[in-house]
Design a protein. Structure first.
Length: 273
């Protein structure tokens, strides 16, 4: 990609520093910003991605056994309004942030990067700086929700449906105010539709949360449709896979393994025309 076709983005890494004196920290998020020269063309764009998976919190606890996990879980809602803040209010936001949380949370120095797509770069930076390293088992890289989401993003872009999907869809209007759960994608075409990545080999607890969420939404919007994208097809005889499959079957959640996601994306493209 020629440099002139790329955008200049600036990013910072959000660090959790439970012991400032020892100068020890663990990376827990990425703040990415794109600045336009003129307000008339959209002003600035920003997004922040914070740890959310069980294995990510487990990594923090492993490095810092006394970590304030409750604080870390609350960060997603704390930063919820940040992408919509404009102009000088952003500076005030971070001045207050540094005043109230500088003992445990810090932002790294700002760095610039050239990128073609904002969301793709946010995912790449998160994988590079924050996500736990992938471990190889028998030569196969262990799958995670982040891995599934990145694959989905590529597939949806190639099938030209990214613009018709809304990412990171909140659902607290159907459950309880402040519910941190977000669907990876949502869409509307006569009915509401939701897509969520689920790792069969490790996400039994998350699968239960998804089933509860689907049940809550269907009480309000019965015609809604739900898809769980998994790293592989459920394995017959695997007790955890059987449990998740039955849970999803009871809630009418369609399972689409990664080896069928191209066909699913094409079906979605036809549906959203």
């Amino acid at each position: 990609m020629p440099p002139e076709d790329r955008k200049t983005l600036r990013y910072r890494v959000l660090r959790y520093t439970p012991n400032v004196i020892r100068d020890e920290w663990v990376n827990i998020g990425i703040l990415l910003e794109e600045f336009q020269e003129l307000e008339a063309v959209g002003g600035s764009r920003r997004a922040i991605r914070i740890i959310e998976e069980d294995r990510e919190f487990a990594r923090v606890r492993k490095l810092h056994p006394a970590a304030d996990v409750q604080l870390l879980h609350s960060l997603r809602s704390d930063f919820e309004s940040l992408p919509g803040i404009a102009g000088d209010d952003v500076r005030k936001y971070f001045l207050n942030f540094e005043k109230t949380l500088s003992n445990v949370l810090q932002l790294s120095p700002q760095k610039a990067v050239l990128a073609e797509d904002f969301n793709t770069e946010l995912g790449r930076l998160y994988e590079a700086h924050v996500a736990p390293p992938a471990y190889a088992r028998g030569g196969i890289v262990e799958s995670t929700r982040a891995w599934i989401r990145n694959k989905l993003k590529d597939v949806f872009q190639r099938h030209r449906i990214s613009s018709k999907l809304k990412p990171a869809v909140r659902i607290d209007e159907f459950t309880h105010l402040g519910d941190p759960f977000k669907f990876d994608y949502g869409y509307r075409n006569g009915v509401r539709g939701y897509i969520q990545s689920v790792v069969l080999n490790r996400d039994a607890a998350q699968a239960k949360v998804l089933a509860y969420t689907v049940e809550s939404i269907r009480k309000r919007v019965p015609a809604s449709e739900f898809t769980a994208v998994t790293e592989a097809p459920p394995i017959p005889g695997n007790l955890q896979h059987l449990f998740i499959s039955k849970l999803f079957e009871d809630q009418n959640i369609r399972i689409v393994p990664m080896n069928q996601v191209e066909k699913f994306a094409e079906e979605l493209r036809m549906k959203l025309q």
